[in-house]
Design a protein around this ligand. Structure first.
Ligand SMILES: C[S@@+](CC[C@H](N)C(=O)[O-])C[C@H]1O[C@@H](n2cnc3c(N)ncnc32)[C@H](O)[C@@H]1O
Length: 280
Protein backbone atom coordinates (compact mmCIF):
# COMPACT_ATOMS: atom_id res chain seq x y z
CA UNK A 1 0.00 0.00 0.00
CA UNK A 2 1.35 3.45 -0.90
CA UNK A 3 2.24 5.62 2.12
CA UNK A 4 0.07 8.32 0.57
CA UNK A 5 -3.30 6.60 0.22
CA UNK A 6 -6.27 7.96 2.13
CA UNK A 7 -6.40 4.78 4.19
CA UNK A 8 -2.72 4.73 5.20
CA UNK A 9 -2.59 8.43 6.04
CA UNK A 10 -5.70 8.10 8.21
CA UNK A 11 -4.40 4.99 9.97
CA UNK A 12 -0.98 6.55 10.70
CA UNK A 13 -2.53 9.76 12.04
CA UNK A 14 -5.24 8.07 14.12
CA UNK A 15 -2.58 5.92 15.78
CA UNK A 16 -0.82 9.13 16.94
CA UNK A 17 -3.90 10.70 18.54
CA UNK A 18 -4.78 10.31 22.19
CA UNK A 19 -8.46 10.94 21.52
CA UNK A 20 -11.75 9.04 21.88
CA UNK A 21 -12.49 10.02 18.31
CA UNK A 22 -9.06 9.43 16.73
CA UNK A 23 -10.27 8.21 13.30
CA UNK A 24 -12.94 10.91 13.04
CA UNK A 25 -10.35 13.57 13.96
CA UNK A 26 -8.01 12.26 11.26
CA UNK A 27 -10.82 12.19 8.67
CA UNK A 28 -11.85 15.76 9.43
CA UNK A 29 -8.28 17.01 9.14
CA UNK A 30 -7.57 15.11 5.93
CA UNK A 31 -10.93 16.27 4.56
CA UNK A 32 -9.87 19.87 5.12
CA UNK A 33 -6.65 19.31 3.15
CA UNK A 34 -8.07 17.35 0.22
CA UNK A 35 -11.48 19.04 0.13
CA UNK A 36 -13.49 15.81 0.49
CA UNK A 37 -16.03 14.59 3.00
CA UNK A 38 -15.93 11.42 5.09
CA UNK A 39 -18.23 9.42 2.84
CA UNK A 40 -15.89 10.12 -0.11
CA UNK A 41 -12.95 8.92 2.00
CA UNK A 42 -14.75 5.65 2.86
CA UNK A 43 -15.56 5.05 -0.79
CA UNK A 44 -12.06 5.95 -2.03
CA UNK A 45 -9.77 4.81 0.77
CA UNK A 46 -7.21 3.50 -1.73
CA UNK A 47 -7.00 6.87 -3.54
CA UNK A 48 -3.57 8.49 -3.66
CA UNK A 49 -3.05 11.90 -2.09
CA UNK A 50 -0.43 14.27 -3.54
CA UNK A 51 2.86 14.65 -1.68
CA UNK A 52 2.06 18.30 -0.93
CA UNK A 53 -1.33 17.36 0.53
CA UNK A 54 0.20 14.50 2.54
CA UNK A 55 2.84 16.85 3.97
CA UNK A 56 0.21 19.43 4.92
CA UNK A 57 -1.90 16.72 6.54
CA UNK A 58 1.04 15.34 8.53
CA UNK A 59 1.68 18.82 9.92
CA UNK A 60 -1.92 19.09 11.10
CA UNK A 61 -1.75 15.56 12.51
CA UNK A 62 1.34 16.48 14.53
CA UNK A 63 -0.42 19.50 15.97
CA UNK A 64 -3.44 17.35 16.83
CA UNK A 65 -1.23 14.77 18.50
CA UNK A 66 0.22 17.60 20.62
CA UNK A 67 -3.33 18.23 21.83
CA UNK A 68 -4.56 21.14 19.68
CA UNK A 69 -8.34 20.95 19.31
CA UNK A 70 -9.67 19.76 15.96
CA UNK A 71 -12.00 22.79 15.81
CA UNK A 72 -9.04 25.20 15.96
CA UNK A 73 -7.14 23.21 13.35
CA UNK A 74 -10.17 23.21 11.04
CA UNK A 75 -11.07 26.81 11.94
CA UNK A 76 -14.73 25.89 12.34
CA UNK A 77 -17.29 24.04 14.46
CA UNK A 78 -20.93 23.17 13.92
CA UNK A 79 -23.42 24.65 16.40
CA UNK A 80 -27.19 24.43 16.11
CA UNK A 81 -27.83 24.54 12.34
CA UNK A 82 -24.75 26.58 11.48
CA UNK A 83 -21.06 26.29 10.79
CA UNK A 84 -19.20 28.87 12.83
CA UNK A 85 -15.65 30.04 12.30
CA UNK A 86 -13.60 29.62 15.46
CA UNK A 87 -10.09 30.67 16.45
CA UNK A 88 -8.09 30.30 19.66
CA UNK A 89 -9.63 33.65 20.74
CA UNK A 90 -13.00 32.00 21.32
CA UNK A 91 -14.41 29.11 23.28
CA UNK A 92 -15.23 26.17 21.01
CA UNK A 93 -19.06 26.06 21.05
CA UNK A 94 -20.32 23.02 22.96
CA UNK A 95 -23.32 20.77 22.23
CA UNK A 96 -24.44 21.38 25.86
CA UNK A 97 -25.04 25.02 24.99
CA UNK A 98 -27.60 23.99 22.36
CA UNK A 99 -29.84 23.10 25.33
CA UNK A 100 -29.91 26.79 26.27
CA UNK A 101 -30.98 27.70 22.73
CA UNK A 102 -33.67 25.01 22.76
CA UNK A 103 -35.07 26.24 26.09
CA UNK A 104 -35.12 29.87 25.03
CA UNK A 105 -37.04 29.01 21.85
CA UNK A 106 -39.77 27.47 24.02
CA UNK A 107 -40.34 30.67 26.03
CA UNK A 108 -43.38 32.82 25.26
CA UNK A 109 -41.85 36.24 24.77
CA UNK A 110 -44.41 38.01 22.61
CA UNK A 111 -43.53 40.56 19.95
CA UNK A 112 -40.75 43.15 19.66
CA UNK A 113 -38.36 40.91 21.57
CA UNK A 114 -35.01 42.38 22.63
CA UNK A 115 -32.32 39.99 23.80
CA UNK A 116 -28.87 40.34 25.36
CA UNK A 117 -26.31 37.52 24.95
CA UNK A 118 -23.55 38.29 27.45
CA UNK A 119 -20.13 36.84 26.60
CA UNK A 120 -20.98 35.80 23.06
CA UNK A 121 -17.59 34.28 22.10
CA UNK A 122 -17.95 32.95 18.53
CA UNK A 123 -21.54 34.26 18.55
CA UNK A 124 -22.91 30.73 18.98
CA UNK A 125 -26.02 31.51 21.06
CA UNK A 126 -26.79 34.92 19.56
CA UNK A 127 -26.50 33.67 15.97
CA UNK A 128 -28.55 30.52 16.59
CA UNK A 129 -31.32 32.69 18.06
CA UNK A 130 -30.95 35.29 15.31
CA UNK A 131 -31.44 32.66 12.63
CA UNK A 132 -34.47 31.11 14.33
CA UNK A 133 -36.07 34.45 15.20
CA UNK A 134 -35.31 37.01 12.47
CA UNK A 135 -37.69 39.50 14.15
CA UNK A 136 -35.76 39.50 17.46
CA UNK A 137 -33.25 42.28 18.08
CA UNK A 138 -30.19 40.74 19.69
CA UNK A 139 -27.28 42.48 21.43
CA UNK A 140 -24.24 40.23 21.70
CA UNK A 141 -21.45 41.40 23.99
CA UNK A 142 -17.96 40.32 24.90
CA UNK A 143 -15.04 41.82 26.75
CA UNK A 144 -12.69 40.31 24.17
CA UNK A 145 -12.28 42.37 21.01
CA UNK A 146 -10.76 39.37 19.23
CA UNK A 147 -13.78 37.21 20.12
CA UNK A 148 -16.18 39.88 18.87
CA UNK A 149 -14.33 40.02 15.56
CA UNK A 150 -14.87 36.27 15.13
CA UNK A 151 -18.56 36.62 16.07
CA UNK A 152 -19.06 39.54 13.67
CA UNK A 153 -17.39 37.57 10.87
CA UNK A 154 -19.78 34.68 11.55
CA UNK A 155 -22.81 37.00 11.45
CA UNK A 156 -21.63 38.38 8.09
CA UNK A 157 -21.03 34.91 6.62
CA UNK A 158 -24.45 33.74 7.76
CA UNK A 159 -26.11 36.91 6.48
CA UNK A 160 -27.69 37.64 9.87
CA UNK A 161 -28.27 41.34 10.41
CA UNK A 162 -30.46 41.29 13.53
CA UNK A 163 -27.49 41.10 15.92
CA UNK A 164 -25.56 44.15 17.25
CA UNK A 165 -22.13 43.42 18.68
CA UNK A 166 -20.93 45.46 21.67
CA UNK A 167 -17.57 45.34 23.41
CA UNK A 168 -17.28 45.71 27.18
CA UNK A 169 -17.51 44.31 30.67
CA UNK A 170 -20.85 42.44 31.02
CA UNK A 171 -23.73 44.96 31.27
CA UNK A 172 -21.49 47.98 30.65
CA UNK A 173 -21.43 47.00 26.97
CA UNK A 174 -25.21 47.22 26.56
CA UNK A 175 -27.23 50.20 25.36
CA UNK A 176 -29.57 51.66 27.99
CA UNK A 177 -32.49 49.39 27.22
CA UNK A 178 -34.53 46.81 29.08
CA UNK A 179 -34.59 43.30 27.65
CA UNK A 180 -37.21 40.56 27.36
CA UNK A 181 -34.46 37.99 27.67
CA UNK A 182 -30.90 37.88 28.95
CA UNK A 183 -28.86 34.79 28.14
CA UNK A 184 -25.32 33.93 29.08
CA UNK A 185 -22.85 31.09 29.08
CA UNK A 186 -20.27 32.85 31.24
CA UNK A 187 -16.96 31.49 32.52
CA UNK A 188 -17.83 29.14 35.41
CA UNK A 189 -14.80 26.96 36.11
CA UNK A 190 -12.84 27.47 39.34
CA UNK A 191 -9.16 28.38 38.92
CA UNK A 192 -7.17 25.25 39.67
CA UNK A 193 -9.93 22.87 38.56
CA UNK A 194 -8.12 19.75 37.25
CA UNK A 195 -10.29 19.76 34.07
CA UNK A 196 -8.37 22.85 32.95
CA UNK A 197 -5.24 20.73 32.52
CA UNK A 198 -6.87 18.16 30.20
CA UNK A 199 -7.92 17.96 26.57
CA UNK A 200 -9.13 20.84 24.41
CA UNK A 201 -9.64 23.34 27.27
CA UNK A 202 -5.84 23.68 27.64
CA UNK A 203 -5.91 25.61 24.35
CA UNK A 204 -9.01 27.73 24.98
CA UNK A 205 -8.80 31.30 26.35
CA UNK A 206 -8.62 31.34 30.15
CA UNK A 207 -10.90 34.40 30.14
CA UNK A 208 -13.66 32.29 28.58
CA UNK A 209 -13.37 29.52 31.17
CA UNK A 210 -12.28 30.67 34.61
CA UNK A 211 -14.29 32.69 37.13
CA UNK A 212 -13.47 33.75 40.71
CA UNK A 213 -15.24 32.52 43.84
CA UNK A 214 -14.93 28.87 42.89
CA UNK A 215 -16.36 29.56 39.44
CA UNK A 216 -19.45 31.44 40.71
CA UNK A 217 -18.35 35.10 40.42
CA UNK A 218 -19.68 35.83 36.91
CA UNK A 219 -22.91 33.85 37.42
CA UNK A 220 -23.57 35.88 40.60
CA UNK A 221 -22.73 39.21 38.95
CA UNK A 222 -24.95 38.51 35.94
CA UNK A 223 -27.90 37.32 38.05
CA UNK A 224 -27.62 40.40 40.29
CA UNK A 225 -27.34 42.97 37.52
CA UNK A 226 -29.85 41.35 35.16
CA UNK A 227 -32.63 42.51 37.49
CA UNK A 228 -31.86 46.09 36.43
CA UNK A 229 -31.86 45.23 32.71
CA UNK A 230 -34.87 42.92 32.41
CA UNK A 231 -38.35 44.07 31.49
CA UNK A 232 -41.03 42.89 33.89
CA UNK A 233 -41.79 39.22 33.12
CA UNK A 234 -38.45 38.96 31.30
CA UNK A 235 -36.27 35.87 31.57
CA UNK A 236 -32.70 35.22 32.63
CA UNK A 237 -31.26 31.97 31.23
CA UNK A 238 -27.72 30.92 32.19
CA UNK A 239 -25.52 27.93 31.48
CA UNK A 240 -23.43 26.71 34.42
CA UNK A 241 -21.25 23.84 35.60
CA UNK A 242 -22.81 20.40 36.16
CA UNK A 243 -22.38 20.82 39.93
CA UNK A 244 -23.57 24.45 40.20
CA UNK A 245 -27.31 23.92 39.62
CA UNK A 246 -28.37 24.07 43.25
CA UNK A 247 -26.21 27.11 43.98
CA UNK A 248 -27.59 28.98 40.96
CA UNK A 249 -31.20 28.11 41.88
CA UNK A 250 -30.60 29.37 45.45
CA UNK A 251 -29.03 32.51 44.06
CA UNK A 252 -31.98 33.29 41.79
CA UNK A 253 -34.44 32.59 44.59
CA UNK A 254 -32.62 34.87 47.04
CA UNK A 255 -32.50 37.61 44.42
CA UNK A 256 -36.27 37.49 43.87
CA UNK A 257 -36.59 35.64 40.57
CA UNK A 258 -39.60 33.34 40.12
CA UNK A 259 -40.46 30.26 38.00
CA UNK A 260 -36.91 28.98 38.59
CA UNK A 261 -35.95 25.72 36.91
CA UNK A 262 -32.81 23.80 36.03
CA UNK A 263 -32.51 21.61 32.94
CA UNK A 264 -30.35 18.62 32.12
CA UNK A 265 -27.98 18.31 29.17
CA UNK A 266 -27.63 15.20 26.96
CA UNK A 267 -25.24 13.73 29.55
CA UNK A 268 -27.98 14.02 32.20
CA UNK A 269 -26.06 16.80 33.99
CA UNK A 270 -27.66 19.96 35.38
CA UNK A 271 -26.57 22.58 32.86
CA UNK A 272 -28.98 25.48 32.38
CA UNK A 273 -30.99 27.40 34.98
CA UNK A 274 -33.61 30.03 34.25
CA UNK A 275 -35.81 32.39 36.19
CA UNK A 276 -38.38 35.08 35.43
CA UNK A 277 -38.13 38.64 36.73
CA UNK A 278 -41.28 40.44 37.84
CA UNK A 279 -40.41 44.04 38.60
CA UNK A 280 -42.13 45.92 41.42
C1 LIG B 1 -17.82 30.27 28.26
S1 LIG B 1 -17.48 31.48 27.01
C2 LIG B 1 -19.01 31.42 26.11
C3 LIG B 1 -18.90 31.78 24.66
C4 LIG B 1 -20.19 31.55 23.86
N1 LIG B 1 -21.30 32.30 24.44
C5 LIG B 1 -20.55 30.08 23.80
O1 LIG B 1 -21.50 29.67 24.48
O2 LIG B 1 -19.88 29.33 23.06
C6 LIG B 1 -17.58 32.97 27.96
C7 LIG B 1 -17.40 34.26 27.17
O3 LIG B 1 -17.53 35.35 28.10
C8 LIG B 1 -16.58 36.34 27.77
N2 LIG B 1 -16.31 37.14 28.98
C9 LIG B 1 -15.52 36.85 30.04
N3 LIG B 1 -15.53 37.84 30.94
C10 LIG B 1 -16.36 38.81 30.44
C11 LIG B 1 -16.76 40.08 30.91
N4 LIG B 1 -16.32 40.58 32.06
N5 LIG B 1 -17.63 40.79 30.14
C12 LIG B 1 -18.08 40.30 28.95
N6 LIG B 1 -17.71 39.09 28.46
C13 LIG B 1 -16.85 38.36 29.20
C14 LIG B 1 -15.37 35.56 27.28
O4 LIG B 1 -14.52 36.38 26.51
C15 LIG B 1 -16.04 34.42 26.51
O5 LIG B 1 -16.20 34.75 25.16
Amino acid sequence: MSARTVKSLLADAAAMFDSDSALLDAQLLLGKIIGKDRSWMYAHDDADVTETQAAAFRLLAERRSAGEPVAYLLGSRGFWRQHLDVSPSVLIPRPETELLVELVLQLELGLGVQVADLGTGSGAIALALASEKPDWQIFATDISKAALEVAQGNARKLGLDNVCFCEGDWFAALPSLKFNLIVSNPPYIAAGDPHLARGDVRFEPAGALIAGDEGMADLVHIAEQARLFLKSRGWLVMEHGFDQGREVRNLLETMGYSKISTHFDHNAKERVTMGAWHAG
